[in-house]
Design a protein around this ligand. Structure first.
Ligand SMILES: NC(=O)C1=CN([C@@H]2O[C@H](COP(=O)(O)OP(=O)(O)OC[C@H]3O[C@@H](n4cnc5c(N)ncnc54)[C@H](OP(=O)(O)O)[C@@H]3O)[C@@H](O)[C@H]2O)C=CC1
Ligand SMILES: Cc1cn([C@H]2C[C@H](O)[C@@H](COP(=O)(O)OP(=O)(O)O[C@H]3O[C@@H](C)C(=O)[C@@H](O)[C@H]3O)O2)c(=O)[nH]c1=O
Ligand SMILES: [Mg+2]
Length: 297
């Protein structure tokens, strides 16, 4: 199988380079083609949507996995056009190119497509209602892929963290090094999900004789608040020597931590469909130590 991985330098993309490699030939794009460590891949700037079809035609893969996205939730409120170009128009062009070539597109989406006013885990077919520009642009990407008419798998994940890149775990570890006290919201609830596990689960789904189609929710099991996640990061961080001491973390309501983008209060995703495809997610808390240890190396 020849796989084209779009966005190999992000949290999930970086882990997919590892997990997809054993499935066959893997070609990787980044914005400028640089893969780090002196390695070169293909250059693809997704804001140049006209470059997408020619690249897919030239590479002629058997499958495309798109891990690139505009993920700056707050900045998106000011950069609506760019967010939509990268998260909706680029996936639309990718889906058209894949449909044209008769190959499947695997894509990632987010819990932020929901408004968070639900009271039970969201199922794949629950109505979406994104609160901010990032979520709206991601939802538009889902719809564009669905309407392109080709074979596709959209994996909705949430609260992604990794040893590398920009994420809440690394932010908390950095803050712990210089602050005694932090304030973290405790009324936004979700499922922190390691990029490494997302990448492993994706590889497992792709190696199935019959790869699942449509939208599938892909997060860890259980849920916590950002405050609960911070406390877990500090507890595990001290235990494993990633930080010297545990800062005091005050739980606060969202109203006391104003941000440009509104975020869903409750964004737990139901993973029963994933389980029906043979993947049982680990509890979010049990999954944390692996990534924390990886971040220390
Ligand atoms: N992060 C999270 O908490 C969550 C993420 N998701 C989704 O999961 C997927 C993976 O996210 P994650 O790995 O965290 O994202 P990251 O922000 O870690 O990585 C995104 C990648 O996309 C690349 N990218 C952005 N704009 C462009 C562009 N114009 N051209 C080429 N490349 C571009 C970035 O490149 P560069 O480094 O050069 O900017 C970066 O490598 C995305 O679809 C995201 O929406 C879903 C739920 C939660
Ligand atoms: C740094 C910090 C954040 N917060 C709050 C702000 C916010 O409500 C919450 C999370 O902050 P972040 O900005 O790290 O998380 P955010 O960028 O909103 O994370 C989201 O990213 C996108 C890409 C997704 O798809 C989502 O699933 C989700 O992971 O924590 C505090 O309360 N105290 C703090 O010290
Ligand atoms: Mg953020």
């Amino acid at each position: 199988m020849k796989c084209l991985l779009v966005g190999g330098n992000g949290q999930v993309g970086h882990e997919l380079r590892r997990s997809l490699a054993p499935l066959g030939e893997l070609l990787v794009t980044t914005r400028d083609g640089d893969l780090g460590n002196g390695l070169r891949g293909e250059a693809l700037d997704l804001s140049r949507t006209g470059d997408i079809a020619p690249l897919v035609e030239r590479v002629a893969p058997d499958i495309v996995v798109n891990a690139a996205a505009y993920t700056a939730v707050d900045r998106a409120e000011q950069e609506r056009e760019l967010a939509f170009r990268v998260n909706a128009e680029a996936p639309s062009a990718l889906a058209a190119a894949c449909a044209n070539a008769g190959i499947p597109l695997v894509h990632y989406s987010t819990d932020y497509v929901f408004n968070g006013r639900g009271t039970r885990p969201y199922r794949e077919d629950d109505p979406t209602d994104p609160l901010g520009v990032y979520g709206q642009s991601k939802r538009a990407g889902e719809e564009a892929i669905q309407s392109a008419g080709g074979d596709h798998l959209i994996l909705r994940t949430a609260w992604v963290y990794a040893a590398h890149g920009h994420n809440f775990m690394r932010t908390m570890l950095k803050l712990a090094a210089d602050r005694d006290r932090l304030r973290v919201v405790d009324d936004q609830v979700g499922s922190p999900t390691p990029a490494a596990w997302i990448a492993d689960a994706t590889a497992r789904l792709l190696s199935r004789a019959a790869m699942p189609r449509g939208i599938v929710h892909l997060t860890t099991a259980g849920a916590t608040s950002w405050h609960g996640f911070a406390e877990a990061i500090f507890e595990e961080g001290v235990r494993r020597g990633a930080i010297a001491r545990r800062p005091h973390v005050t739980p606060i309501p969202t109203a006391d931590y104003p941000t440009p983008a509104a975020r869903p209060a409750y964004s737990v995703l139901d993973t029963a469909l994933l389980a029906s495809h043979g993947i049982e997610p680990p509890e979010w808390r049990a999954a944390l130590p692996d990534t924390l240890e990886q971040a220390m190396r």
